[in-house]
Design a protein around this ligand. Structure first.
Ligand code: GRF
Length: 221
């Protein structure tokens, strides 16, 4: 059983998926504290509905990013947090938090890293013309969306997609892979080697492939 601290800034749909998986007995974790840097966000209400402790630590009340992170560290440690989950947390973290939880901070990003780091990725993917998009759970390092990759999910991009439809398709997969990454961590199956995260005991997918647009008659043998 791994003790989580979940950091949020917004709607908290990823938080909700994690809560639901814990309550359904599919995820061996407990949420010790949910912290938002923005007051009044829906993620806090979701947490309260499930009886989870919440706290607002407003970054605007701190002079520097480091002081804000120091406060986060204090609260996370006080609550016995082992693994920090960034779930739609819209702040860049500093070495203060990274040093306190080395390779113990996970983030979810709505793109197939290292492609499309940063924000507003869905329109960028459509404009670029990629045929697949997806999401990535990774350990957080000092860069933006650069840390070792734990798990990824792939979705097709269609000609009539908008940023909204693509976001919705990706978000559905985010809700699956974040819990999976946490469960693999909880089971001690993740081994970090440099920037690679190796996963013990997972089946191979030799014959699994995705092609978009799909193959036609002429390609099938
Ligand atoms: C998701 O798109 C996630 O990938 C990104 O922020 C969004 C969070 O959504 N990091 P939610 O707050 O979990 O609903």
């Amino acid at each position: 059983m791994v003790s989580l601290g979940v950091l949020v800034s917004g709607s908290g749909s990823n938080l909700q998926a994690i809560i639901d998986n814990i309550e359904a007995g599919r995820l061996d974790a407990q949420i010790k504290i949910v912290i938002s840097n923005v007051p009044g966000v829906y993620a806090l209400e979701r947490a309260r509905k499930h009886g989870l402790p919440t706290m607002v630590i407003n970054h605007k009340e701190f002079k520097t990013r480091e002081e804000f992170d120091q406060k986060l560290v204090e609260v996370l440690k006080e609550h016995g947090v082992e693994l920090v989950i960034l779930a739609g947390f819209m702040r860049l973290v500093t070495p203060v938090l990274l040093r306190a939880f080395p390779m113990r901070i996970m983030n979810i990003h709505p793109a197939l890293l290292p492609a499309f780091p940063g924000t507003h990725v869905w329109q960028a993917e459509i404009d670029y013309g990629v045929k697949f998009a997806g999401c990535t759970v990774h350990f957080v390092d000092e860069g933006t969306d650069t840390g070792p990759i734990i798990i990824q999910a792939v979705v097709p991009v269609y000609d009539d997609d908008t940023a909204e439809t693509l976001n919705a398709r990706i978000l559905k997969q985010e809700h699956k892979i974040y819990s999976r990454a946490i469960q693999l961590f909880a089971e001690g199956r993740l081994e970090i080697k440099g920037r690679r995260v190796l996963t013990r005991g997972v089946p191979r997918m030799e014959d699994t492939f995705l092609i978009n647009p799909p193959l036609g008659r002429e390609d099938k043998s």
